[in-house]
Ligand binder design. Structure first.
Ligand SMILES: Cc1ncc(COP(=O)(O)O)c(C=O)c1O
Length: 426
C-alpha cells in the first residue's frame, strides 16, 4: 500500500464490556449457565418498560410527523419543554444527537487538535478514546482518589492545568462511571473555580443524574456554575430506560460569555446539519413520558431497589482486606479495586478442561491482573464481570452490575465473588 492507513490510536479502540462476551461464550461451552454481570441492560435483565410509556410510543407511531425529518437541533416543542425546566438556558441552547456517542465524538472532533481535555482516571472510554483520537497525543488525566470516595484530586487538576497550556477543557463525569461515586459539592466548586481562573471550558457528562440514591448528593453543574462556558451531556438510555434508542442531547451554557466558545458550538451545529437531523421518534415522545406520574413513580421504585442491592453488596464486600470497595451512590453497578500487594499474582485457579485451560492461558498472557481475574472467574464460577483497567485506568479492578432482581441469586453471586477474591489472597 502507498500509505499507512492506521490512525496512531487505532489500538486504543476497544470495548471490553462487549469483548469479554466472546470469552464467556467460549467458557459457556463447558459451563451450564453464564451469569451476565458485565453489561448494563436492564431491559434484558428484568426491567419492565412502564405500560404507559409503551402506549405513548404506540400512539406516536400513528402520527405521520414521527416518520419525517426533524429540524437539525431537534423538535422545537421538545426543546422548549426541556428548556422550561431549566431557567438557565433557552431552547436554542439544546442540541439533540443520535445517542451520546455522536455527541461525545462531535464535541471532541471539532476541537482544535491542540485544545486538550483533561479527564478523569478512570474515565468512560467513549470519552477518552474520542479525545485521544482527535488530538493524536498522550492522554491528560486527573486521578479519582479511591481513599476519598473516588472524588477528583483537585490539586492534581490545578497542577496539570497550570503547567500544560494546551489544556482548554476539564471533563467531569458525575455521577461517575465506573466508580459509582457522586462527587462532593465542594470538590465540584473547586473544579469550576480552576476553570474560571485559568479560562477553561468544562464538559459535564450528567447522564446518570436522575439515578442518584440520595437527593442531597445530587449536585448538577447548573447548580454551582456561574460565568464559565460549559456543556452538559444528557440522555435517555439510563433513566427511561430506553438504551435501545440511541438518543441524547447537549445543553450549552454561557455561550454568550466567550466568542470563541460560541463559534465552536456553531461548528458542532454545522456538522450536525451535514447529517440533517437526529432520529425523530424518541425525542417526540420525551415530554409526554417525563410528565407522566407513572414514570416518576417508576423511577423512584427503581432507585429504591438499587439502593437495597448496594446495601446487600456492602454486606459481602466491605470487610475484605485485599480489595477496596466503596458502596455505590447511584444505580446500577459496583466496582472492586484490588490491592495488588495483598494478592498472590502468581496464582492461577485450577481449570480441569485442558482446552479451556489453554484458551485462558493464551488470552491472559502478558495481560493486566484484573483481566486475568475476570477471565478466570468466568471459568471458575460462570460469573461474567468486566475488568476495569481498560477504562483508561492505572488501577487493577473490576465492575459488576447490581441489576439481578432475584435477591437470592444476587447474594449467591456476591458470595462466589467474595470466595474467589479470598482464593487469590496472599
Ligand atoms: C458516563 C457515560 N456516558 C455515556 C454513556 C453511553 O450511554 P449508552 O451507550 O448506554 O447510551 C455511558 C454508558 O455506560 C456512560 O457511563
Amino acid at each position: 500500500m502507498r500509505r499507512n492507513l492506521l490512525h496512531v490510536w487505532y489500538k486504543e479502540l476497544s470495548y471490553e464490556i462487549r469483548e469479554i462476551v466472546a470469552i464467556a461464550k467460549e467458557v459457556e461451552k463447558y459451563w451450564r449457565e453464564i451469569v451476565w454481570e458485565n453489561v448494563w441492560d436492564p431491559v434484558i435483565k428484568w426491567e419492565k418498560i412502564p405500560s404507559r410509556m409503551k402506549e405513548i410510543v404506540k400512539n406516536a407511531l400513528d402520527k405521520n410527523e414521527v416518520y419525517a425529518y426533524s429540524p437539525t437541533k431537534w423538535l422545537d416543542a421538545t426543546r422548549e419543554y426541556l428548556a422550561k425546566k431549566n431557567w438557565k438556558i433557552t431552547k436554542e441552547d439544546i442540541i439533540f444527537f443520535n445517542w451520546l456517542w455522536e455527541a461525545i465524538n462531535k464535541t471532541y472532533w471539532y476541537l482544535a487538535f491542540s485544545a486538550r481535555v483533561i479527564w478523569p482516571n478512570p474515565a468512560y472510554p467513549t470519552h477518552s478514546s474520542a479525545e485521544a483520537t482527535n488530538s493524536g497525543s498522550e492522554h491528560i488525566t486527573y486521578t479519582l482518589d479511591p481513599n476519598n470516595d473516588w472524588n477528583p484530586d483537585v490539586e492534581e487538576i490545578e497542577n496539570k492545568v497550570k503547567y500544560n497550556p494546551n489544556v482548554a477543557w476539564i471533563l467531569v463525569i458525575n455521577p461517575h462511571n465506573p466508580t459509582w461515586a457522586v462527587f462532593k459539592r465542594e470538590v465540584l466548586e473547586k473544579i469550576i473555580d480552576i476553570a474560571r481562573r485559568y479560562k477553561l471550558f468544562v464538559i459535564f457528562d450528567e447522564i446518570y443524574e436522575k439515578l442518584v440514591y440520595e437527593e442531597k448528593d445530587r449536585v448538577l453543574l447548573r447548580d454551582i456554575i456561574w460565568e464559565v462556558p460549559w456543556i452538559s451531556m444528557k440522555w435517555i438510555s439510563k433513566e427511561l430506560p430506553w438504551p435501545g434508542w440511541r438518543c441524547g442531547r447537549i445543553e450549552v451554557y454561557n455561550s454568550d460569555k466567550d466568542e470563541n466558545f460560541a463559534k465552536y458550538i456553531n461548528s458542532i451545529l454545522s456538522s450536525k446539519m451535514l447529517e440533517v437531523c437526529s432520529t425523530t421518534l424518541p425525542q417526540y415522545v420525551i415530554p409526554e413520558i417525563y410528565e407522566k406520574e407513572e414514570f416518576k413513580e417508576y423511577l423512584k421504585n427503581r432507585i429504591e431497589k438499587y439502593k437495597q442491592k448496594a446495601e446487600i453488596a456492602n454486606k459481602y464486600l466491605w470487610d475484605l482486606d485485599n480489595v477496596l470497595f466503596v458502596k455505590p451512590k447511584w444505580a446500577f453497578y459496583l466496582a472492586i479495586k484490588f490491592d495488588l500487594s495483598r494478592f498472590n499474582l502468581e496464582y492461577t485457579p485450577e481449570i480441569k478442561e485442558e482446552n479451556l485451560k489453554k484458551f485462558l492461558e493464551e488470552k491472559t498472557k502478558n495481560k493486566r491482573f484484573d483481566k486475568k481475574f475476570c477471565y478466570y472467574m468466568i471459568a471458575k464460577n460462570g460469573i461474567c464481570t468486566v475488568p476495569l483497567s481498560w477504562f483508561n485506568s492505572t488501577f487493577d479492578w473490576f465492575r459488576m452490575t447490581i441489576l439481578e432482581e432475584d435477591l437470592e441469586k444476587f447474594e449467591y453471586i456476591l458470595k462466589n465473588i467474595r470466595e474467589f477474591i479470598i482464593e487469590y489472597r496472599k
